[in-house]
Design a protein around this ligand. Sequence first.
Ligand code: FRU
Length: 506
Amino acid sequence: MKKALPILLLFAALLSNKSASGQDMKEKYRPQFHFSPRSNWMNDPNGMVYSNGTYHLFFQYYPEDKVWGPMHWGHATSKDLVSWTEQAIALYPDSLGYIFSGSAVVDTENTSGFGKNGKAPLIAIFTHHNPVLEKQKTGKHEYQSIAYSLDEGKTWTKYSGNPVLPNPGITDFRDPKVSWYAPRKKWVMTLATKDRITFYSSPNLKEWTRESEFGADAGAHGGVWECPDLFPIMHEGKEVWVLIVNINPGGPNKGSAGQYFTGDFDGKNFTPYSKETKWLDFGADNYAAVTFSNTGNRRILMGWMSNWQYANQVPTHPWRSTNTVARELGLKTVEKEIYLTSVPVKELAVLNTTSFSQKSIQVKGETNLTPKAKNATGLFRLDLSMGVPADFSIVLSNKAGNELVVGYDKAANQYFIDRSKSGKIDFEKGFGQKHTAPRLSVDHSMDLTLIADAASVELFADKGLTVMTDIFFPDSPMTDLHIKSVSGIKIENLKYSVLKSALPGK
Ligand code: FRU
């Protein structure tokens, strides 16, 4: 028996290698073009950064179980933001604690001094969460640390001077998002500090100075503030700063969600145009969404496609959780208010396979698109536009009788996603709900894009002004598609594309 063990281990290694290439990722509910780890628990995207032609996605990961546990940073890479390859774990817990969320930057000027032979280091800035101190209730168990990589994120060295930002006595003190503020030639850290954001700055990523805080009297406060982001977007010839603040719970459709503010930032203070919350996504399943660093003029956002309300219970095996598709951000003014828009990145077009387009479709009662849409997997993208908004619903269904309904309610001027009959919903009492979102656009014409994977739907309405992301767990793939309207609608343009899998090896 003793001799058989190494052979068994070898077999196991070979098998797991095969898995890593994606050959076997055929489980029920396995996302085909959204990143999910091959096995075990994932939450927030971390350290998203573009470097030398590769997008890096790190993520909160517990490699030993399908539920949240001592956090590591998992790692995946992509050349196109669509097809992701899981890599070896990047950061492991250590004597200072678990590795909580954070960001990564390319230190082009070698301000940190970690670069070697002209090679700019990748620097990860993350929260160390110390479970021992947490038990002792010191209130000082979270502090910020850094690590660097000189081989494009494959191996990391933690800085010997960690933590670089000790805890001043704030229980929730985490999720540093760092970016270079060129006008003052310094790094700015946007940190979630319980019920507000605190900004710090540094010349070298090692020594940090407190600059200011924002938010105690602004925005939604139904839960703790987490995973912030701060970046400028050019809008109508002016630089507008966007501050994203994730919040859990307290979202518009319960549980976790992302709010944002627009305003000015001078390297020290964030001054909002308004203290009212705006929501990044009205669905239940886009949390801890932040943007990639080092992507030039593009702002690319990705979130964790789950919700703390039920993330530990979702019926997937052997993994839990997936991310949203990558989305490109922009700004749009509607009646003097500036809103963020998010649309799927153009790179997603590589997934399109067979498609059909149709103009001027009159829907009165029900139109069955299934015969034209011919789709065995349920993976699709639907783009449609109409001149005059009226009530309608788009029904995704299957032979098992499950239905996922996406639509618009004219009287309420709301979009909605109803997953109450979408399949498996009993793993958590709040899961099987209908979610609503205001239509923010005041245009007459309406357009929407729906992106469906095996267990998720993402709705981008009015060029990304209203966004909803929901996961669902059908008993079999949602192969059928109907559009319904009691009052009647005219669809000007409709395009339907079957999407293919983006898993490596497929
Ligand atoms: C957000 C969050 C972060 C924290 C991490 C721990 O989902 O709670 O605030 O760093 O998850 O896994």
